[in-house]
Design a protein around this ligand. Sequence first.
Ligand code: 4NP
Length: 148
Amino acid sequence: MSRILFVCLGNICRSPTLEAVARVEFARAGLDVEVDSAGTADYHVGEPPDRRSIAAGAMHGYDLSVLRARQIVSVDFTRFDRIFAADRANLRDLERLRPECGTRPALFLGDEEVPDPYYGRDADFERVIALARQGMAALISQMRSAGH
Ligand code: 4NP
């Protein structure tokens, strides 16, 4: 079984969306993957996801409402086999936090970012869902080719 962690800044918009989409899509694909999410910042620790993210997820069959924000901790870098950052700022923060020998973080979309929708409008939250679905499909086919 592999363990995958999704990371953004606040853990209330992008990474909980990635976590919820991953849970559904990996199960649909028959892949045994443990998923979780975290933020690099502690601003929203303990809070549910942003209501706009919950609403966008629900429209597509992804339940974010049970999730609660947490901040990444050092042990995450040994607990998870793969750590995916939503954007380049998240990736830089993760590289700074990574202990020696810890899992090396990567951008979820390879060389594209999942843009921060927090100060945006509804369409920006829709875009996060679309990118999450697109990236998860790519990750699933990559995992399948790797024999998972
Ligand atoms: P997230 O979005 O990193 O996708 O969860 C944000 C959430 C909160 C803030 C920024 C981005 N904030 O500045 O509080």
